[in-house]
Structure formats: C-alpha cells, structure tokens
Design a protein. Structure first.
Length: 94
C-alpha cells in the first residue's frame, strides 16, 4: 500500500462524512462536495492500487534485465543490436 492509496481512502472517508453531514443538515452543497470528494478518493485509491500492481510486476523484470546486462554485457549489446535492426526493418516495412 502506498501514499496514494492511503490518501484516496482518507478522501473517500472525508467525503462520506461530508455527505452525511450535508444530508443531516439539509445542505445540498455540502452533500454534493462529499460525493465529489468520494469520487476523487476512489480515483486516487485506484491509481495507488494500479501503481502497486505495476511496481510488483515490472520491478522484477527490470531488475532481471539489469542483472543480465551487468553479467553479460556483450550478449546484451548483441541482443540490443538485433532488436534495433528488427525495429528498423519493421518501421521501413520489410
């Protein structure tokens, strides 16, 4: 869990409180602000969750690639060259 997820949960909770106070007092503006805060909080929490998922998925791949490049620099350079030629040929339409 990261700060975006926590901030999103806090904003969602604050929005629920605002909405409840707006409903209790009959203040439609406060109720609408509460709903908007809840939507913002939910979006920020979803962003934080996605960030965690990407971090957990991509980070091991990047670490493996760095280790491979460090351990086998010539093989990595050759692989990079082959991939570069493949990309150029694809872009040129061959």
């Amino acid at each position: 869990m990261n700060l975006d997820s926590i901030a999103g949960q806090a904003a969602d909770l604050g929005g629920k409180i605002k909405e409840g106070l707006g409903s209790a007092t009959g203040d439609t503006t406060l109720k609408a602000e509460g709903k908007a805060d809840q939507a913002t909080g939910t979006a920020r929490q979803a962003y934080g969750d996605a960030k965690d998922m990407v971090e957990g998925t991509i980070r091991p791949v990047v670490d493996y690639a760095r280790q491979f490049i460090h351990e086998r620099p010539f093989t990595a350079a050759a692989l990079g060259g082959v991939l570069g030629i493949a990309v150029l040929n694809t872009l040129r339409g061959k």
